[in-house]
Ligand binder design. Structure first.
Ligand code: NOJ
Length: 744
């Protein structure tokens, strides 16, 4: 895919010219490069198909079914199953000795087919990168690729070769706990990031799994696993593009969703999996179910029992059964009974073997546990974590320029255990591998500010991994004794990801009470929201001096925040999701359709709420800088353009005040009149641009007219002639406008 290739090249170029951070010691560069994963082409690909023919011809039915089982660490699992050829892939083994054991057992199996070894390596293994939503906030594909690369590289160091990532579900509902795994609400941004994440994991040495196919992020009410309803036009315009981008970038596998779309569980959806993904979209890799989702067809009411569930799932095109054990229990018998043709099993086995061969697993040397000591928690990985985190920090409010701290600030109180406790994450902790510690915000601040400024702290909550209420009075006293109070609030390590839906997006009561008490001291308060999703900030936003949004920024996240507080880093992060004023506004997103009754005169019979504005608190794409940027001189290359053409233009970006900084130039488009109602605006181009203090940059953009269309209810793509409005600026309220006519 051209865009993915473009970004990969751009990433390589930028990596080559980006100077190492001044604060980071020179990294000891590990000796051998990791094995990149990529589909082979031409003669090599043809030779692989012949090799698969030969192998399948020598396999028993049981050995074939064995390749379609994904087992994992757990009470039931027996290592002998690997030796017996009952295991195509394993998951959740994270210690080097376990990986060695799996490989040794596979080497003793009759056909010696190597298993794929999988893990949810989402944003790191030992050194953590910002969560994917935080990565998206950088609006910098190069950094997102880098974060994926390092997540893969470290997982690879413990013998993992397949990640259950990228999660590329579109997410407009902050109540859904998994918004942190995706790229937010915008389909253009998400599609570019889906491609670069796929490429980054491959470059780091892991095969990928695009998930969750499809529509999981639309879970009704934001309640995880809930039903999803998506019309055909929205499926194609909104949910499919990131999958198409990941497929084009060479994703190896696709995982179905735990949810049911339009009344059919994804794991039983023959139309979406067999016909569309494998047929129409030409996907050559294999499709894996989600965790026990084959078995869950019974709970969905779409299968009577385990055998029926296999019939449905396998019939829909699900090649591999994750953790349900039902293919193992029933598939061979269903083939012998004639209920499932052996040719279909052969096709699934071919897909699994194809992925293994294109990954190069058959040729790979046995895993060497020395890699874990060499490649985990390197200074290079930490430098990458810091580089990404710096651009992921989003400044939402900065009254009277409280930030960065002025020389008059002689003492800073840091409050909240998210800032005052050391943190590391579970994989290395549980695996007995070296721990990679995330510095406290207090230490990071003290290291920058030196002895000139006194940094004090009060945890106020239990630990970095539990925000249960603690010593509020102590925290208030600490704030009172300082010039500025920095309060870190939000969600702890048990409050994001799968199964963490929220009905309330406000701060929990005890956190709000703590914040109110600190505000009552009269000291200027800087709030850092350490959350995995947009929260409602309305209750305090006007009463604090500054707010920083940090979507769990990883190992060096607190260093990056300290750099922003002190002005060492000029923030450039932008919101990848709209921030609501109230939970009742959710789902709220910028690219909505207009209504027949827009809010103009502010009266009852216009769209809106009795008790709340319909505007968000902060729009998509918003984020402040210490620089003051302005846009002008928007110019289009022509007043009209044919459907086969490109909307080309330029805009001048000025850094009118403040230090050198980066701004994200965002170009939105609206089709004024169409056969269908079209979104009020849609992001079609963005570029992060560095501008020197007082400097200007003329930024050119080009948008293929073919990208301005939409799908109708039959799934046909149309680009209509007519007038299209262009909006350019630094967020989705971009005010500079022009228009262009698209001709036949
Ligand atoms: C269930 C999750 O939905 C999926 O994303 C994950 O990859 C699997 N569990 C395996 O951990």
């Amino acid at each position: 895919m051209p865009i993915a290739v473009r970004w990969l090249l751009a990433a390589a170029l930028l990596l080559a010219v980006t100077p190492a951070s001044a604060q980071t010691p020179a990294p000891p560069v590990p000796a051998a490069p990791p094995v990149p994963r990529a589909w082979k082409t031409g003669d090599e690909a043809a030779a692989i198909e012949r090799r698969i023919d030969d192998l399948i011809a020598r396999m028993t039915l049981e050995e074939k079914v064995g390749q379609l089982n994904l087992w994992g660490r757990g009470d039931e699992f027996r290592m002998e199953w690997v030796e017996q050829g009952r295991t195509g892939a394993v998951m959740n083994f994270v210690t080097p000795s376990e990986i060695v054991a799996v490989q040794q057992h596979a080497a003793r199996s009759r056909l010696r087919i190597p298993p794929i070894i999988a893990l949810d390596a989402i944003n790191g293994f030992a050194t953590y990168m910002p969560q994917p939503l935080g990565q998206a906030a950088t609006f910098n594909p190069r950094l997102v690729e880098l974060a994926s690369y390092w997540s893969a590289r470290e997982a690879r160091a413990v013998g993992i070769n397949w990640t259950f990532a990228p999660m590329i579900d579109m997410t407009r509902d902050a109540r859904w706990g998994r918004v942190m795994e995706g790229a937010g609400e915008d389909v253009h941004l998400a599609s570019i990031l889906a491609a670069v994440r796929t490429i980054g994991y491959h470059r780091g040495g892991l095969a990928t799994s695009a998930k969750h196919y499809i529509g999981y992020g639309e879970a009704e009410s934001g309640r995880d696993y809930n039903s999803v309803w998506i019309p055909v036009s929205k499926l194609w315009d909104y949910h499919m593009p990131p999958f198409q981008a990941s497929l084009a970038a060479g994703v190896f596998t696709v995982m179905t969703s735990l949810s049911a779309m339009n009344g059919i569980a994804s794991t039983a959806d023959r139309h979406l999996v067999a016909d569309l993904l494998k047929g129409q979209l030409g996907f050559r890799g294999f499709v894996v179910s989600d965790f026990e989702s084959v078995k869950e067809l019974i709970a969905h009411g779409q299968a009577a029992d385990g055998s029926d569930a296999v019939r449905r799932a396998f019939g829909a095109g699900i090649d591999m059964d994750m953790m349900a054990g039902l293919y193992d229990a029933h598939l061979a018998r269903l083939v012998r009974d004639g209920a499932i043709p052996e040719a279909a099993v052969n096709d699934s086995v071919r897909r699994v073997l194809r992925v293994k061969m294109h990954m190069g697993l058959f040729e790979e040397a046995p895993y060497d546990p020395a890699l874990a000591r060499r490649d985990l928690g390197t200074a290079e990985a930490r430098a990458a974590s810091l580089e990404v985190a710096r651009e992921a920090v989003i400044l939402l409010r900065n009254e009277r320029g409280i930030l960065p701290f002025k020389p008059s600030v002689r003492s800073v109180a840091v409050i909240g255990s998210l800032a005052t406790h050391q943190a590391d994450w579970q994989y290395t902790e549980n695996a007995g591998l070296p721990r990679v510690i995330s510095p406290r915000l207090t230490d990071a601040l003290a290291a920058i500010l030196g002895s000139r400024v006194r940094v004090t702290s009060a945890p106020a909550f239990a630990t970095h991994c539990s925000l249960a209420a603690g010593d509020t009075a102590g925290a208030v006293a600490t704030a009172r004794a300082a010039d500025v109070a920095v309060v870190m609030l939000g969600e702890d390590c048990e409050q994001y990801g799968e199964g963490t839906s929220r009905a309330h997006l406000d701060l929990p009561a005890h956190q709000q009470a703590l914040l109110d008490a600190v505000i009552a001291t009269g000291k200027p308060v800087v709030v850092i929201m350490h959350t995995s999703r947009p929260f409602v900030l309305t209750r305090f936003i006007d009463r604090v001096a500054a707010v920083i949004q940090a979507f769990h920024l990883g190992t060096e996240g607190r260093t990056a925040i300290a750099e922003v507080l002190t002005g060492r880093t000029n923030p450039s992060g932008k919101l990848p999701m709209t921030f609501p004023r109230a939970t009742g506004q959710v789902p709220i997103y910028y690219d909505r359709l207009p209504t027949g009754r827009p809010r103009i005169k502010n009266f009852r019979y216009e769209t809106g709420y009795l008790d709340e504005s319909m505007e968000p608190l902060f729009p998509f794409g918003f984020g402040l800088s210490f620089s003051r940027f302005s846009f002008d001189q928007l110019a289009l290359a022509s007043a009209s353009v044919p459907r086969s053409g490109t909307v080309a233009g330029s805009v001048r970006l000025t850094n009118a005040a403040g230090p050198a900084g980066q701004e994200v130039v965002q170009v939105y488009v609206r089709q004024r009149v169409g056969e269908r109602s079209r979104p009020v605006r849609q992001l079609k181009f963005f570029q992060k641009v560095a501008v020197a203090a007082g400097g200007t940059q003329t930024v050119s953009f080009s948008i293929p007219v073919q990208s301005l269309g939409y799908h109708d209810d039959a799934g046909r793509y149309v680009v209509e002639p007519g007038t299209y409005d262009i909006f350019v600026g630094g967020d989705s309220n971009a005010a500079l406008t022009a228009s262009i006519t698209v001709t036949e």
